[in-house]
Design a protein around this ligand. Structure first.
Ligand code: NAD
Ligand code: APR
Length: 233
């Protein structure tokens, strides 16, 4: 059915999670094989609590993540999605990912619900730097404040402009495809339901079951994202 819906859709929106970038070499969070949160407690690392009271471990953890997004690159699937936007097939991408790979591959209309690891900012004066600073072990602003990645941590709210954009796009979609997310994190996991509630066909492509499978019009659990996108291209 997916091929048919791709032909007939007038407003196709894509939603991506960490599974979109595992084929670039970045680990996801919850997959049974190599999810990050199977080895580390996220609330002890990826939270404002960690940033304020466990800053050395926080910096070490995020320095590794920044090194990852600087070392690895978008894969063919990211480039196919960018080509599809260029051809008018895709209207936008809503992503939970912070690697910036969709934009690097050429996608323009991208909402980053959880921010980006490509930038860091000073907690005192707000000045923004490229996250190369973290790679170069620069953790302090010229004003003396502590630098932190521009991502959403556990317990923080999502950037309002990205979240509102995502809601508007979900309301307009007639085809909404999830690529590589367990859909286990609120409020991001509500966006596919908004699309469904507004009449979109909902397709979930994920190697494992997700928390929203029961709402999908089509489930694809047996294909890797990169391979599926190449087959559809
Ligand atoms: P994180 O795990 O701290 O995620 C922050 C987000 O988690 C917030 O949006 C929040 O709503 C949500 N959250 C709040 N409480 C939660 C809970 N109890 N369980 C699960 N989620 C909860 O993120 P991080 O480890 O700081 O990583 C930053 C970003 O890295 C995340 O937003 C994640 O999307 C992302 N990531 C990206 C890639 C990639 O870019 N390829 C790969 C893995 C992870
Ligand atoms: N093809 C298809 N599915 C894949 C692939 C692939 N190549 N690689 C991984 N997956 C699937 C995994 O099976 C897993 O279920 O992608 C899913 C990724 O889910 P999570 O690891 O939970 O990542 P995500 O859904 O993005 O996490 C949501 O949780 O910690 C927070 O903010 C963080 O944004 C993150 C949010």
């Amino acid at each position: 059915m997916l091929e048919k819906w791709l032909q007939t859709s007038n407003y196709f929106v894509v939603f991506t999670g960490a599974g979109m970038s595992t084929e670039s070499g970045l680990p996801d969070f919850r997959s049974s094989t190599h999810g990050l949160w199977r080895k580390k407690d996220p609330s002890k690392l990826a939270s404002t609590e960690a940033l304020n009271n466990n800053v050395d471990e926080f910096i070490q953890f995020y320095r590794e993540r920044v090194l990852g997004v600087k070392e690895y690159k978008p894969h063919k699937g990211h480039h196919i999605l960018a080509d599809w936007e260029e051809q008018g097939i895709i209207k936008s991408i809503i992503t939970q990912n912070v690697d910036g790979f969709h934009q690097q591959a050429g996608s323009k209309r991208v909402a980053e619900l959880h921010g980006t690891l490509q930038k860091v900012h000073c907690q005192a004066c707000g000045r923004e730097y490229d996250s190369e600073e973290y790679v170069n072990k620069e953790y302090f602003c010229s004003c003396g404040g502590v630098l932190r990645p521009n991502i959403v941590l556990f317990g923080e709210v999502l950037p309002e402009d990205a979240f509102q954009f995502a809601i508007r796009e979900a309301e307009k979609a007639d085809l909404f495809i999830v690529l590589g997310s367990s859909l286990s994190v609120t409020p991001a996991n509500q966006i596919p339901l908004i699309a469904k509630d507004n009449g979109a066909k909902l397709v979930i492509v994920n190697q494992e079951k997700t928390e929203m499978d029961m709402y999908a019009d089509e489930l694809i659990h047996d294909r890797k994202i990169g391979e599926l996108l190449e087959a559809l291209n």
